[in-house]
Ligand binder design. Structure first.
Ligand code: NIG
Ligand code: FE
Length: 412
């Protein structure tokens, strides 16, 4: 069965080479085709072009609208029990994120609520979160554990993510983040908790094949470079690549450990100077900025501009979570990267598409309009979408959405 999308005003983001990501000045160019069509077979792109249309079994009129690849969110915490708007208000009144965490709020607050919640209810809430992400154009999604912090609750979170993989047509990847914070039971014994993560949690996660990657919150007041190196080594020995939280709260060496351990990505980078940029150069680790977090916590933005100017690739993600970034909208991430990190709209577009796919090593499957990739398409309600989606910030510009070649109902 060949399905044809025709009367496409413009296709943005085709890639005909087998490029894995864009780096440096390459990030400022986006390819486009006008008056275009796309042929789909078995949920994948069979061909695309402009002008005269090929034969097909089914035709879908795109009404002259513009089409972009579905967005890729490579860093979220989309499974959580409840919002933390009480902490939002405390921060408005002057409390700091780290201060709240030290007082037992923050991640530990989320952990307490998640531990108390039955798996069925957690799943119900997580489904709503995933629907919200999809409604804003996300068609590939990473979700982390890390609000359980005991064996059963971490497994509960990861089982919820496994169920989400089965429930939704988008691609979902799971990351085991046992080392997100030291739970109360291990207060004052961080090393003991790291041993527990490595010796007890990780084998259980592996036994049920519940994770695709492993993560550590390597930062001031959370886990050290040594803890991170140990956990990444244990993950690698068990077949899990690393994707780490690094340099959100200070210059803590997280980027350097990530690069040394060949982590797939180092995420946050609110504190990223020349030493971190030098470390990234020549490594395989994708730098990932999370501007929703900087916006919401009022902390510095990652140095995306300097990273790209150094000739490196750069990726953006939402960090969707109840504490530091309740943002399920990559269009807003795109806009924040432009206005706050000084990325060009074109650069930020690649950062939420092909480069984000690369952060998950899914660049052969998604992230651009290329033959053989999944037919995941955002149909925009705007013209000149590459500029105008981040320009008209804070709104949802989805007109239609296709996931694996099937139209997703945006108004259920
Ligand atoms: O990526 N920084 C660590 N983890 C999350 C926030 C977690 C929370 O506050 O619940 C983040 O920002
Ligand atoms: Fe995060």
């Amino acid at each position: 069965m060949r399905k044809l999308l025709h009367n496409i005003g413009k296709i943005w983001g085709m890639e005909t080479s087998d490029k894995s990501f864009y780096a440096g000045v390459e990030m400022s160019k986006v390819q486009s085709l006008s008056n275009a069509w796309i042929l789909i077979e078995d949920g994948k792109i069979l061909d695309f072009g402009e002008g005269a249309i090929p034969e097909s079994d089914e035709q879908i009129d795109i009404e002259g609208k513009e089409l972009l690849p579905g967005f890729v969110d490579s860093h979220t915490h989309a499974v959580f029990a409840t919002e933390r708007s009480d902490e939002f208000v405390l921060r408005i009144k002057g409390a700091g994120y780290e201060e709240i965490a030290e007082a037992g709020g923050g991640i530990l607050n989320s952990a307490q609520k998640l531990r108390d919640m039955p798996e069925s209810l957690l799943l119900k809430k997580a489904r709503e979160n995933v629907k919200r992400l999809i409604a804003h154009g996300t068609t590939t999604l990473e979700i982390k554990s890390g609000y359980g912090l005991d064996l059963e609750s971490e497994l509960k979170m990861l089982r919820v993510i496994r169920q989400l993989k089965a429930d939704f047509p988008i691609t979902i990847k799971a990351t085991f983040l046992g080392a997100h914070a030291v739970p109360l039971e291990f207060k004052g014994d961080r090393k003991g908790y790291v041993d527990f993560v490595i010796q007890t949690m990780l084998p259980a996660v592996i036994a049920e094949s519940l994770a695709d990657h492993i993560d550590v919150f390597c930062d001031r007041g959370f886990f050290s470079m040594d803890d991170t190196a140990r956990i990444l080594d244990a993950g690698a020995a068990a077949g899990l690549p690393g994707k780490i939280h690094a340099n959100e709260l200070g210059y803590t060496g997280g980027v350097q450990v990530a690069v040394e351990k060949m982590a797939w990505s180092a995420d946050h980078l609110e504190y990223c100077g020349q030493e971190e940029i030098e470390a990234l150069r020549g490594g395989v680790t994708m730098p990932v900025g999370l501007p929703g977090t900087s916006y919401f916590l009022g902390i510095p933005y990652a140095a995306g501009r300097n990273i790209i100017d150094a000739g490196l690739p750069f990726c953006l993600a939402s960090d969707f979570n109840p504490g530091s970034s309740p943002l399920a909208n990559l269009q807003m991430v795109w806009s924040l990267a432009c206005s706050q990190m000084k990325l060009l709209p074109e650069e930020a577009f690649h950062a939420i598409t092909l480069n984000a796919a690369r952060a998950l090593r899914l660049e052969k499957e998604c992230g651009s309009i290329s033959i053989g990739k999944r037919a995941d398409f955002v149909i925009s309600s705007l013209e000149n979408s590459i500029r105008n989606i981040p320009y008209y910030f804070g709104q949802n510009h989805l007109y239609r959405l296709f996931i694996g070649g099937e139209e997703w109902n945006l108004n259920p």
